[in-house]
Design a protein around this ligand. Structure first.
Ligand code: ADP
Ligand code: MG
Length: 242
């Protein structure tokens, strides 16, 4: 209001607007600014690796992913119901893209989101434990309405690391939503969580209320790079450096 009141008052005087109308416009502007700042903060807090949204996602390129169901999830009600989502598929099939799009949508709805790769999350958990700050960190994670854990399965963890991650996942059961992406089918998660019992206990909770999508097919990255290489007979040009 401080930043805008002079300009608005000049405009109001010029347009012959009365005080109530001027005050209303000033208050509306303040509210809109607050809302947009809050959204920016939520997106910053979420810490997405990329800010990819559904507007750039081509559902026809990932036919195994049901568009209607995914867009339904983008409305965020599953987060109110504290359900989970798993995106399972090989590299380059759009898992991170969809995960951040769903996360962004949740931020826009006023929900708190945190995005981590599984490896980062485990490293952080181990660090916080060493610094006697684990409880504090877990409380902070608990505040998120949606916790996104990307790339589960690329790296395996130490037993202690796996136990910490298990604790985070298990704690959220029916209390907060999880979105997990993995290149591994559930049957192979035992490699990550080392130990049949822990894996079974985890999958039992995770999949109880869960939207599971298999995103199989050729890598989008690979397809795109092949497209650029065609047509075959054109002379080779070096791609511009990024
Ligand atoms: P994954 O996490 O499954 O390995 P990504 O989400 O990182 O895959 O996708 C790899 C790249 O391809 C990203 O730049 C992503 O934006 C793009 N991509 C993947 N699938 C699609 C799609 N269906 N439409 C548009 N871009 C896509
Ligand atoms: Mg990814």
């Amino acid at each position: 209001m401080l930043a805008e009141f002079e300009k608005l008052s000049r405009e109001a005087a010029a347009a012959n607007e009365d005080y109530p109308r001027y005050l209303l416009r000033l208050t509306e502007l303040e509210l809109a600014t607050r809302q947009s700042n809050a959204l920016k903060n939520r997106i910053k807090q979420a810490d997405f690796p990329v800010q990819k949204d559904f507007d750039t996602f081509d559902f026809t390129a990932t036919p195994s992913l049901p568009k209607q169901k995914v867009l339904e999830l983008a409305r965020g009600e599953w987060i109110d119901r504290r359900e989970n989502t798993c995106l399972i598929g090989s590299a380059g099939t759009g898992k991170t893209h969809v995960a951040s799009s769903l996360g962004l949508a949740a931020c826009r709805q006023g929900r708190r989101v945190r995005f981590f790769t599984a490896a980062t999350l485990v490293t952080l958990l181990e660090e916080k434990q060493k610094q006697y700050q684990l409880d504090r960190f877990l409380t902070a994670l608990d505040k998120a309405d949606l916790l996104i854990c990307d790339e589960l399965g690329y790296l395996s963890f130490t037993r202690a690391g796996a136990e910490l991650l298990f604790q985070v996942f298990a704690d959220r059961y029916e209390r907060g939503s999880l979105l997990i992406t993995s290149n591994l089918p559930f049957s192979e998660w035992v490699q990550v969580f080392q130990g049949e019992r822990m894996t079974a206990a985890l999958l039992d909770r995770l999949t109880h209320h869960c939207h599971i999508f298999e995103m199989n097919g050729e890598s989008y990255r690979f397809r795109e790079s092949m497209k650029k290489k065609r047509p075959k007979d054109t002379p080779k040009k070096r791609p511009p450096k990024k």
